[in-house]
Design a protein around this ligand. Structure first.
Ligand code: ZN
Length: 57
């Protein structure tokens, strides 16, 4: 199963490599970050820099 390209949850903009992004996620209960990538795919919500900076405006 292919991983959908990550998108900003606010503006639906595709997140590109090396973009500055903010991730909203629940901290995993498991110890260690060995599976952090897999965890991010399942549970991470990405917010692009533009939306993050303008969220209070
Ligand atoms: Zn955005």
């Amino acid at each position: 199963m292919l991983w959908e390209k990550p998108k900003c949850i606010k503006c639906d903009k595709e997140i590109k490599g090396e973009d500055m992004v903010f991730v909203k996620m629940r901290y995993p209960k498991r110890k260690g970050f060995t599976e952090i990538k897999a965890y991010l795919r399942n549970a991470g919500k990405f917010i692009c820099e533009d939306c993050f900076e303008h969220k209070n405006t």
